[in-house]
Write a protein of this length. Structure first.
Ligand code: AMP
Length: 395
């Protein structure tokens, strides 16, 4: 029974899942973290149980050794479920990678070359790929890019109106992220509306700690709120989203803030956290419910930005058939879903309060039967999408 190993590497950790190639059943998952610290930590989950242990994990290669050890000790046996390929999540594929790609030495160089655009992610992804190649030298390794799904966006939507030569030289343009999640959830809607994805116009709200919104026309991304980096667009847990770029110039002139501090301010100390001191949406909602003014305003700014983009993307698409909510906030918060779409009845968007309040694991409709636009909650599954795309490359 063939399987696919899916790996998502960070600089000091990696997550993995072993997925059955036919049934798409999750055979095991795990997390190896605190790589390089004095004591590392590894967890391993199978349908039979959960294991964890602390051990020294000096580098990613040792992390993969710990993972293999966990498979040996706790199963499932990799001999009985031989992986046919390893699929790797890679954050930035630039304009070069528009589909899942078999990793070759040249591909690795190209991913490394894109590190300027994703300094926190691409080097860590490369580190993970190299270590996994050592652990599984005979298997094909496939890179699945978070930006790839958005490579269908046309120049009018991806071009920033700045000096064209400078932008070209430094590869400054909109790339978009959360592409793997968007591909998965937009594909999963078709059974629910019983129309092929190629006929559907969709708006996907990926609302997690990072958040983005994407307009999808017939399965192709035509616009998305994240840009050169995952900072643009919606208000997020700790990221500002859209901001007048002159604010940064003003801040630099006024406070002489360094580039690193500016980066930290916009990526780590803004968004819900900057406005209310809380980055977890549950905390923001509960504080707002208790009358906290800063939390209430944070929520209103968050919702205002969502509505702004739903309006823009509705006009860009011309017709909207499906609106999808996904990721941590989108899948779990009935309040955010209801308030994001409140008052849009005249545009054919009508949320059913009872359906919206129901909790459930799978895909579900939360719009009324009369609503022209079908509103869905679709739990995202990036690992499964990576496994599928990996298999599409290796056959
Ligand atoms: P993700 O990045 O997709 O893991 O999503 C993380 C975010 O989901 C965090 O900000 C959580 O606060 C949020 N979240 C999870 N459960 C809920 C919930 N029941 N209500 C509101 N937000 C939630």
């Amino acid at each position: 029974m063939a399987s696919v190993l899916v790996v998502n590497s960070g600089s000091s950790s990696f997550k993995y899942q072993l997925i059955d190639a036919d049934s798409e059943e999750r055979l095991a998952s795990g997390l190896v973290e605190r790589i390089g610290e004095s004591t590392g930590h590894a967890t391993h989950d199978t349908p039979d149980g959960h294991w964890e242990r602390s051990l020294e994990i000096p580098d990613h290669a040792a992390g993969f050794a710990a993972m293999l050890d966990a498979f040996k000790q706790h199963g499932p046996s990799l001999d009985e479920h031989p992986p046919v390929a390893v699929g790797h999540r890679v954050v930035h594929g630039g304009a070069r990678f528009f589909e899942p790609t078999l990793v070759t030495p040249l591909v690795l160089i190209n991913i490394e070359d894109l590190s300027d655009l994703a300094p926190l992610h691409n080097p860590a992804n490369v580190q993970g790929i190299k270590a996994a190649q050592k652990a599984f030298p005979d298997l094909p390794h496939v890179a699945v890019f978070d930006t790839a799904f958005h490579q269908t966006i046309a120049p009018d939507a991806y071009t920033y109106a700045i000096d064209a030569d400078l932008a070209k030289r430094l590869r400054i343009r909109r790339y978009g992220f959360h592409g793997t999640s968007n591909k998965y959830v937009s594909g999963a809607t078709e059974d629910f509306v019983q129309r092929p994805v190629t006929e559907l116009n969709q708006i996907v709200l990926h609302l997690g700690n990072g958040a983005s919104i994407t307009a999808i026309d017939g399965g192709r991304s035509v616009d998305t709120s994240m840009g050169l980096t995952p900072l643009e667009g919606l208000v997020m847990g700790t990221r500002s989203g859209d901001i007048d770029p002159a604010v940064l110039i003003y801040l630099q002139r006024k406070t002489r803030i360094s580039t690193d501090d500016l980066d930290d301010l916009l990526n780590q100390r803004s968004g819900l956290f900057g406005l209310s001191g809380r980055k977890d949406m549950r905390d923001v909602i509960s504080a707002a419910d208790k009358g906290d003014e800063s939390a209430r305003l944070a929520l209103e700014v968050y919702l205002h930005r969502i509505k702004h983009y739903i309006g823009a993307y509705s006009f860009e698409l011309g017709r909207v058939d499906v609106i999808v909510f996904t990721a941590g906030v989108g899948e779990n918060s009935a309040v955010i879903r209801a308030r994001s779409l409140a008052g849009l009845e005249q545009y054919g968007i009508e949320v059913d309060p009872e359906r919206n309040d129901q909790r459930g694991g799978g895909i579900r409709v939360i719009s009324t039967d009369a609503s022209r636009v079908t509103v869905l909650v679709v739990p995202t599954d990036e690992e499964l999408e990576i496994a599928r795309q990996t298999l599409s490359v290796v056959g």
